[in-house]
Design a protein around this ligand. Structure first.
Ligand SMILES: [Zn+2]
Length: 287
């Protein structure tokens, strides 16, 4: 044997192979290693850091370590958020009195007074993302647009909302033209969810859901965009659940008293998000 198996072929080994008359040997292909950091509160070292964030140092160390060990094919995937939705990270801060600045990245100079930012009246904070993954919110009511997603597609005046019930295992039960569906989780990653019952009512929640689901009314043939839709299902569920004042005379009553108030925040966030797609900052008066 000239060289032991699993030896890295370097200058000395190449010389040895040549000296013994070998021009080709079987080798293993070089590996490519992908590196990414997972975390909502990580920041790249060259960027401005907002309170609550930490600079991502581990990824840099791992990449350096790999290079040191001779891995020269490295893919740097950067920082990946650890939630499973599409939070675009909108930041708000106040540098000048009475002006809130909304942006995606805190700038070096203030867009209100144009001076270099040294400190803040209100430190940058992340505007709470109003959307959540239904699967992570058991025993809740979940709402999303019938088509597309809230952030990019939803228009209040044009699009219908679709509502579903999340059971204690995070499965969404929804009524649509295909009847009752219980497993379409991919479409419920960025929706408005709200809890309406205390922990003590979880068993009753599941029992009511399975009881109401058995009703033959929720067959696909009975579905109608206007007269029998997802809101009728949720209305029937809540009226059967009978928790506190969560009883509704009609779908209109359900929408007005429960659902519309819950989606106001989402609609405000949407307009902020859309404005920041086309401009770097959005200023609002702070009164
Ligand atoms: Zn300023």
């Amino acid at each position: 044997m000239i060289i032991n198996p699993f030896t890295r072929i370097g200058p000395a080994e190449l010389g040895l192979l040549a000296a013994t008359g070998r021009k080709e040997v079987i080798v293993a292909t070089r590996v490519t290693v992908g590196v990414l950091s997972i975390g909502d509160l990580l920041e790249e070292p060259e960027n401005f850091i907002t309170p609550g964030y930490t600079y991502d140092s581990n990824r840099i160390s791992v990449i350096a370590l790999l290079k040191d060990k001779g891995v020269d094919s490295i893919l740097d995937f950067g920082i990946v958020p650890d939630n499973m939705n599409n939070n675009p990270d909108i930041v708000c801060f106040r540098h000048c009195p009475r002006k809130n600045v909304f942006c995606r990245r805190v700038p070096a100079t203030c867009p209100v007074c144009s001076s270099r930012i040294q400190d803040f009246i209100v430190d940058p904070f992340r505007v709470p993302y109003p959307f959540a993954n239904a699967a992570h919110n058991p025993t809740s009511i979940a709402i999303r647009p019938s088509r597309g997603g809230f952030l990019d597609d939803y228009e209040v005046t044009r699009d219908d909302l679709h509502v579903g019930i999340v059971d204690s295992d995070g499965r969404v039960v929804e009524f649509d033209k295909d009847g009752l569906i219980a497993n379409d989780v991919d479409r419920w990653t960025d929706c408005v969810v709200f809890q309406v019952i205390p922990v003590a009512w979880i068993v009753r929640w599941d029992e009511t859901l399975s009881f109401v689901s058995k009703d033959v009314r929720w067959k696909s043939v009975n579905y109608d965009d206007i007269s029998l839709n997802c809101f009728d299902f949720v209305l029937e569920f809540l009226n059967n659940l009978g928790y506190a004042n969560l009883k509704f005379a009609s779908k209109e009553d359900l929408c007005e008293r429960l659902i519309l108030s819950k989606i106001q925040k989402a609609i405000r966030y949407n307009s902020l998000y859309r404005a920041l797609k086309h401009q770097e900052y959005l200023l609002s008066d702070h009164t």
